[in-house]
Design a protein around this ligand. Structure first.
Ligand code: NOJ
Ligand code: NOJ
Length: 574
């Protein structure tokens, strides 16, 4: 028994050593390649970003199949969070000019009216813009409400550095705070309305979006206090508590994973959840499960379920041991480009594992609970629940295996990265060849953050530690407005007018449960409903007569609700 344990530990050590030295080589070559690839995609002088305004991040230089020569708020904010982290930790002090260009560019985009609305009517939820800072007006999955959260988190990180370094207080107060406040107010006022997920496909509630919104408001409350805005801070804290409460509802206790979207009809196993965990990592919060910290039992259980869901769907994974690293993608049901592994999803798994190792090392122990048992038993089937101090052999064996597992994910990306270090969006599930958008800026950022975690780097706390989940969730916490719909419609005896539309309060387009209008002022039919504020809502009136339903002609009617108050919408039946 003892002998065989030692033999397998030795074998593990030899295998791990060989793998680590090749991963070392990959990190050494890919770090500068990723940094250069990332910078090449930022205007005005990035070598692949011609036409992009100063501080504008292109998603990729690819102009067809797919055309990604746009700037996405999500991608840009995650990319600049990486740059700001490098700058504020002193790793690269040359980046400040670029950061200032980014905040200026984003403040222009904030003010650019677009199909989601204007700055005060929902326009901050617009996911992407043209690279010359004009609105993109084609049809798209909008709004995407993670953007303002990610952007404010990036800019607050920079603003905190300026405050701490005492050389930018008036710039922070007069220039950055108004930009940050617009985004945080948007999150505060809209978090409870439906959103397209980060993959731009499903309009429902989405774990990643909720998690990064929670972080933004929590971090935003501390920042608002730091700039003397305590009543604003209190408002953010109230909604942060509601978000934390809502965040818990994504957990599927019987299957041990996060159901990433409330809509969409998929399994819900999704890189969404892993990205949420790494982008809300706070080493001061330990292994807290309420915020799904990387080493929390819930996040580890989720990681296993998510990774395992790809073992049989990509042929490049066939034959790999059931407890070893495999190629992973957005979600197993993905059909975009036929559904393939994504570099950034693979890096995210590695990063979560490195973050977990950092935290265990810092706290000097790791805990195995009934929730995380299956995750840990992948590495040692005899492990049982309990807390293992860093001097125990269980701790050493498990952390060595988990380090090895993390390295395995980097080895997967290393294997499928071409010699020049270029990272596209995806690689082919059967051949491993790079696929879809070339030089995806987000792929490069995800390499850099995973490598930083591998080297043990940590960042300032955002306030995740010591939080208490409210015992009762305030699910209707988002602000609402009162809207009166009047429609002029002549009807025959027995016929009535109803309304249905794109939000739950308008019955989600159901003709069966459409809301009956009053004919008290016939031929004007009326109804007053409570609707989410600052939201673009589509609707139609319908006639019902003895069960027969007649819809208004196309297109749908549309209303953009104000941020507060009451409004009247006057229509004529079409
Ligand atoms: C483009 C989106 O960016 C991508 O995420 C999505 O999968 C495809 N459209 C298909 O809807
Ligand atoms: C498609 C991805 O699904 C989405 O998350 C990303 O923002 C865009 N591509 C641009 O990279």
């Amino acid at each position: 028994m003892r002998f065989s344990l030692l033999t397998s530990l030795a074998a593990l050590a030899v295998g791990a050593y060989a793998q680590s030295s090749s991963v070392d080589a990959y990190v050494a070559s890919e770090s500068p390649a990723a940094k250069a690839g990332l910078l090449a995609n930022i205007g005005p002088s990035g070598s692949k970003a011609s036409g992009a305004k100063a501080g504008v991040v292109i998603a990729s230089p690819s102009t067809s199949n797919p055309n990604y020569l746009y700037t996405w708020v999500r991608d840009s904010s995650l990319v600049f969070k990486t740059i700001i982290d490098q700058f504020t930790t002193g790793e690269d002090t040359s980046l400040q000019g670029l950061i200032d260009q980014f905040t200026t560019a984003e403040s222009i985009l904030q003010q650019t009216s677009n199909p989601s609305g204007s700055v005060s009517t929902g326009g901050l939820g617009e996911p992407k813009f043209n690279i010359d800072e004009t609105a993109f007006t084609g049809s798209w999955g909008r709004p995407q409400r993670d953007g303002p959260a990610l952007r404010s988190t990036a800019i607050i990180t920079y603003a905190n550095w300026l405050l701490a370094n005492g050389n930018g207080t008036s710039y922070v107060q007069n220039t950055l705070w108004p930009i940050i406040k617009l985004d945080l107010d948007y999150v505060q006022n809209n978090w409870n309305s439906s959103t397209f997920d980060l993959w731009e496909e499903i309009n429902s509630s989405s774990f990643f979006t909720t998690a990064v919104q929670h972080r933004a408001l929590r971090q935003g409350a501390a920042f608002a206090n730091a700039v003397g805005q305590s009543s604003v801070a209190d408002g953010y804290t109230t909604q942060a508590d509601n978000l934390l409460c809502f965040l818990q509802s994504y957990w599927n206790p019987s299957a041990g994973y996060v159901t990433s979207n409330t809509g969409g009809g998929r399994s819900g196993k999704d890189s969404n959840s892993v990205l949420a965990s790494i982008h809300t990592f706070d080493v001061d919060a330990g292994c807290d499960a309420a915020t799904f910290q990387p080493c929390s039992d819930k996040a580890l259980s989720n990681l296993k379920v998510y990774v395992d869901s790809f073992r049989s769907v990509y042929s490049i994974n066939i034959g790999i041991a059931s407890n070893a690293a495999v190629a992973v993608g957005r979600y197993p049901e993905d059909v975009y480009f036929n559904g393939n592994p994504w570099y950034l999803s693979v890096f995210a798994v590695a990063e979560q594992l490195y973050d977990a190792l950092i935290t265990w090392d810092k706290q000097g122990s790791l805990q195995v609970t009934s929730t995380s048992l299956a995750f840990f038993q992948q590495f040692d089937s005899s492990v049982t629940t309990g807390t293992y101090g860093s001097s125990s052999s269980t701790y050493s064996t498990l952390t060595a295996s988990i380090k090895n597992f993390a390295e395995g994910f980097l080895a997967i990306n290393a294997k499928y990265t071409p010699a020049n270090g270029g990272l596209s969006e995806q690689f082919d599930k059967s051949t491993g060849s790079p696929l879809s958008a070339a030089d995806l800026t987000w792929s490069y950022a995800s390499a850099l953050t995973a490598f930083a975690a591998r080297s043990g780097k940590t960042y300032a706390s955002w306030g995740a530690s010591g939080l208490t989940v409210p015992s009762q969730c305030n699910g209707n916490a988002g602000p609402t407005v009162s809207v009166t719909f009047n429609v002029d419609a002549t009807t025959v005896f027995g016929e009535n007018i109803y309304i249905t539309g794109s939000v739950p309060a308008l019955q989600d387009w159901s003709p069966d449960t459409a809301l009956l209008l009053s004919s008290a002022n016939y031929p004007t039919w009326s109804i007053t409903v409570t609707l989410p504020a600052s939201t673009v809502i589509e609707y139609k009136y319908i006639r019902k007569n003895n069960g027969q339903v007649t819809w208004e002609s196309d297109p749908n009617n549309s209303i953009t609700t104000p941020a507060s108050g009451a409004v009247t919408q006057n229509d004529s039946w079409r």
